[in-house]
Design a protein around this ligand. Structure first.
Ligand code: NAD
Length: 352
């Protein structure tokens, strides 16, 4: 029995499909609050086949979670549930603290009280904050230095997870940080799907500021592969030196070491779509306090878990563009429901 939270989101739904394929004997229980930025259609096929049983639950609802743990005898928990968009966090930071801090602690507490086999918390590269040009990369021992409302809420969640790891060492908690993901089912508010769906609708793809922000990219399937290694790796005892070196905790950072500027990402999308960059892309006002760069070193995951990314970036991006072409109804339904998802930082009063 594996509980996947945030299962109607991008990575949670990809992971549910990954588990359904890799572990035919597992029963999947999926929960999601179904925020306006989620899509239950992502998992309809798994629900229809009975592989996944879905419950609409907010992970801050301890009682509702406890009932699910009790009812299904949950063994494994993978917590993807989070508010995840940096832009929206600027306009509504409170909802980010709700899900990413209070929610992270609440579900840990339910796992503690119900004694699950393993609880995996999914976090992000962004907790390490801004990376100076002289810093080659971040790793598990890097200080948390988040500076945006999204990354600060995730970093606060991380600190709570670390405190549970060290205070309740028998709980068997693990945590991951990952580079930026791309692939199918990503909500069309994020850089890559927003650009693809805008161009497919004859609109301009948007580049914030000078477009030279650098990001580290990993295909979502490789992220799911890494998470699954963490879910199933042998339990490790908490090293007493972890109090001063968090790199010794069961924390794993995932990346394909593939760093690109946002301009390079949009150039690639235009090329795959057979469009001219100059005619399809518009430079617009940057969002406030935008991180310039981050890159993560996956050496620990490679060494301890045997993690190896398998999706080559160009092939992964071509497949992603093809997925948005083939699944136009999926994203058109979302935009019909939510309205346009881009935020105009030049006129903040219009931002939502
Ligand atoms: P997403 O926004 O697509 O999905 C998150 C899901 O969580 C949504 O379906 C949402 O409805 C749900 N949710 C939010 N608050 C909830 C709550 N209180 N209770 C229950 N469900 C709730 O995000 P994603 O990109 O799939 O990210 C999933 C996780 O992976 C997040 O923790 C994020 O920080 C992390 N992460 C994402 C990336 C990336 O590039 N997308 C990279 C590294 C790590």
């Amino acid at each position: 029995m594996i509980l996947i939270t945030g299962v109607a989101g991008f990575i949670g739904s990809n992971y549910a499909h990954f588990v359904a394929k890799q572990h035919p004997d597992y029963q999947l229980i999926g929960v999601d609050k179904l925020t306006p930025y989620s899509c239950r259609d992502n998992i309809r096929d798994l629900e229809a086949s009975g592989r996944l049983i879905f419950h609409q639950v907010d992970i801050v609802d301890q009682q509702a979670l406890a009932e699910l743990y009790q009812k299904y005898g949950i063994n494994y928990v993978v917590n993807f549930a989070a508010e995840s968009h940096n832009d929206r966090a600027i306009n509504n930071p409170t909802s980010f603290v709700h899900s990413n801090v209070v929610g992270a602690q609440t579900i840990l507490e339910v796992s503690r009280l119900h004694g699950v086999k393993r609880h995996v918390h999914i976090s992000t590269i962004e907790v390490y904050g801004e990376q100076g040009e002289t810093v080659p990369y971040f790793d598990e021992s890097s200080p948390l230095n988040a500076k945006t409302p999204y990354s600060a809420s995730k970093a606060a969640g991380d600190i709570i997870v670390r405190s549970y790891m060290q205070t309740y060492p028998d709980m068997d908690i693990a945590m991951t940080h990952c580079a930026n993901n791309y692939g199918p089912f990503q909500f069309p508010e994020k850089l890559i799907p927003l650009a693809i769906t805008n161009i497919l609708r004859g609109k301009k793809a948007l580049l914030y500021g000078d477009g030279l922000q650098k990001r580290d990219w990993l295909h979502v399937e490789d992220h799911c592969r890494g998470i699954d290694l963490v879910v199933h790796c042998p339990a490790s005892s908490i090293n007493e030196n972890a109090a001063t070196n968090p790199g010794l905790l069961p924390i794993y950072d995932f990346s394909a070491r593939h760093e690109l500027t946002n301009i390079e990402i949009l150039q690639k999308i235009c090329k795959v779509l057979g469009k001219e960059f100059e005619s399809c892309v518009q430079f617009v006002a940057d969002r406030p306090n935008h991180d310039r760069r981050y890159l993560i070193n996956p050496e620990k995951a490679e060494r301890e878990l045997g993690f190896r990314p398998e999706v080559e970036f160009d092939a992964g991006m071509e497949a992603t563009v093809a997925w948005y072409i083939d699944n136009r109804q999926w994203w058109e339904n979302i935009i019909d429901t939510t309205g346009e998802l881009a935020i105009d930082w030049a006129t903040p009063s219009l931002s939502k």
